[in-house]
Write a protein that binds this ligand. Structure first.
Ligand code: F6R
Length: 611
């Protein structure tokens, strides 16, 4: 949430920052702003998208070789020009951008008000900035020292970038809880919330850790801890290319990412799955196999779509490995007093690897001695680094705010983990193991077939786009898919949607069924199929409008459905990787038919780095 960019070096800073902000806009689009340093400190900021800022700056003097920029997802203070970042200190000397939340800002603000400070915005950021300003003034110390002192008092999460009118080459940056990557160029440095604004300039980056402070000049990067001790920057090479973060001819990132799935799933399986030899190679799992195999319990922690992937994994792991699994919302787990016993393994699932709730839940479980296994997409992200072991999903950068390809990547990884454990534990027959390996290998091709029929989903979307509500129902492995279908529809098309286990309808929600309510059944052939068909009948008897995702060759469901979409046959363990695709497409086509910007749904942002 919130994207930050900084540049210092010989180039024009503004175009670098502007382009970077466009790449980071998925992290928030309530307002955007830049601060540029050239014969004085100029701050330009505006409510709305980065494009609005860009338009407002046409004809302005934006020449500078150092600057910082921000795209905001509002926390404190409504989205308007006043609350947009960067903020200027009361002295007019410092400009700062911030991603995160300062929890004790009210207390600090009270102190500053008593000292005569006034505030132009409602933000916690301006409070922190003036706090730094006050410390520098009072202690007569360097900015670096003032930042260090201030951050020791701060409770909350932050990634901050500051520039000082009196020091025209230096950016001071610090992080705790919110991500920061520094790109190292020749005589120049780039700073950003993730690597996407950096990759076209350099592939050499340093991921800054919590409680680290960076002093960044064109030809110098100094990293320190908050105790003022120097730390040697650990330089890593980015494994990402520019094409991966561009739309590549698609109208939206979301559509591109849905259509990328045959490749992203293939990339996830590649080098791991060997059907001919009946093996799965995953070093992270192998190194921790004893702990995984003997775990008395596996606890999965995640949020949103990743949580849904965790729910599917619960069914798979319990079924194949016979290990009890609990799936927890990270945001609940972190504030409960959860029982984590010796030997319990935590699987943390996250696309971005930066979700604050998941990160804190990991730390909490670690304190109780749990082993953390991360299933993460973003390489080098905070969750990947906080885990003892893990497996990347290799889905590539996911830029559309709605998570799509990450979900199928997570399922691919989780299925492979379950299969490896089951094989090592001996809880799966050789025949089923081999069969499931083959089924996994076939997924990319089957997804391709589904995508070839995307027009059929588009037609369904046109028909139902004006509905005000929708229900998504499934049983067993397809129940989490129903939840995911409902989440996708509500976030992209703003239609109220709920996912339910199909059998639960009779315990209350069936009262909602009317002649106009679309009820989407995720009804691929599995061990519960006959039961789902009965549930379909119950809806039809009440004149509900049934849309069914079925398996090719199913002749019964179509007789009970107003609309159907068929996916290729698959084992029930694998089926969610297929049945979710038409639901992703459905939400995309409904959202676009209604004229919404599906890559930037209202009120949302990707990478939720605040709690
Ligand atoms: C939904 C969506 C969110 C994320 C959730 C977790 O489309 O994108 O629900 O799944 O915020 O994010 P990660 O997986 O990055 O931890």
């Amino acid at each position: 949430m919130c994207g930050i960019v900084g540049y210092t070096g010989p180039r024009e800073a503004y175009p670098v920052i502007l382009k970077g902000l466009k790449r980071l806009e998925y992290r928030g689009y309530d307002s955007a702003g830049v601060a540029l340093l050239n014969n004085g400190l100029k701050v330009y900021k505006k409510k709305g998208k980065v494009a609005d800022l860009e338009e407002s700056l046409i004809g302005q003097d934006v020449h500078a070789n150092i600057g910082i920029g921000h795209t905001r997802w509002a926390t404190h203070g409504e989205p308007n020009d006043r609350n947009a970042h960067p903020h200027l200190s009361a002295s007019g000397r410092l400009a700062m951008i911030h991603n995160g939340i300062i929890e004790n800002y009210a207390l600090i603000k009270k102190e500053l008000l008593s000292k005569g400070y006034t505030f132009k915005s409602d933000t916690d950021t301006e409070v922190l900035l003036n706090f730094i300003d006050e410390i520098q003034h009072h202690n007569e110390c360097s900015l670096e020292e003032a930042v260090r002192v201030a951050l020791k008092r701060v409770v909350g999460a932050y990634c901050i970038l500051l520039i000082d009118k009196e020091d025209p080459h230096t950016i001071i940056a610090a992080r705790k809880g919110s991500p920061l990557v520094i790109g190292i160029g020749k005589g120049e440095h780039f700073l950003a919330s993730d690597a996407t604004p950096i990759i076209e300039y350099t592939k050499e980056v340093v991921y800054v850790n919590d409680y680290e402070l960076a002093i960044v000049r064109p030809d110098e990067l100094i990293l320190k801890n908050l105790g003022n001790e120097k730390i040697t920057p650990y330089v890593t090479k980015l494994d990402m290319d520019l094409a991966a973060i561009e739309k590549g001819g698609y109208e939206h990132f979301m559509l591109k990412e849905i259509f990328e799935q045959p490749k992203t799933i293939y990339d996830c399986l590649r080098g791991r799955l060997d059907v001919a030899n009946g093996t799965i190679t995953m070093a992270g799992v192998e190194n921790y196999m004893e702990q995984l195999k003997n775990a008395p319990r596996i606890i999965i922690i995640a949020c949103g779509t990743s949580w849904h992937a965790g729910l599917v994994a619960e069914y798979v792991i319990e079924d194949l490995c016979r290990i009890p699994v609990e799936v927890e919302y990270a945001s609940e787990f972190r504030y409960r007093n959860p029982v984590v016993n010796k030997g319990d393994v935590i699987i943390a699932i996250s696309q971005s690897g930066e979700t604050a709730d998941t990160l804190v839940a990991i730390e909490k479980a670690k304190e109780q001695g749990a082993i953390i296994f991360g299933v993460v997409n973003a390489v080098g992200s905070s969750i990947a680094r906080a885990s003892h072991a893990g497996a990347y999903t290799h889905s590539g950068p996911e830029i559309g705010v709605a998570s799509t390809k990450a979900f199928t990547g997570q399922l691919a990884v989780l299925n492979m983990i379950a299969l490896k454990i089951a094989k090592a534990k001996g809880t799966i027959s050789d025949e089923r193991y081999k069969n499931l390996l083959g089924e996994l290998e076939a997924v990319p091709e089957k997804v391709e077939t589904i995508l070839e029929n995307a027009a059929a989903v588009k037609a369904i979307a046109e028909k139902y786009k004006d509905s005000s509500d929708a229900l998504f129902l499934g049983r067993g492995y397809n129940f989490p898919v129903a939840l995911e279908g409902a989440l996708k529809l509500k976030e992209i098309s703003y239609i109220h949607a709920e996912g339910y286990p199909a059998a639960e309808m009779k315990h209350g929600p069936i009262a909602l069924v009317t002649e106009i309510l679309p009820v989407v059944f995720v009804a691929t052939k599995d061990s519960y199929h006959e039961k789902v068909v009965s549930n379909m009948q119950e809806i039809k008897a009440r004149k509900g409008r049934v849309i069914s995702i079925i398996t090719e060759g199913d002749t019964i469901s179509p007789t009970l459905s107003d609309d159907i979409f068929a996916v290729p046959p698959a084992d029930e363990v694998i089926a969610p990787m297929l049945s979710v695709i038409p639901l992703q497409l459905l939400s995309y086509y409904v959202g676009t038919a209604k004229g919404y910007n599906v890559d930037m749904p209202r009120n949302l942002a990707k990478s939720v780095t605040v709690e």
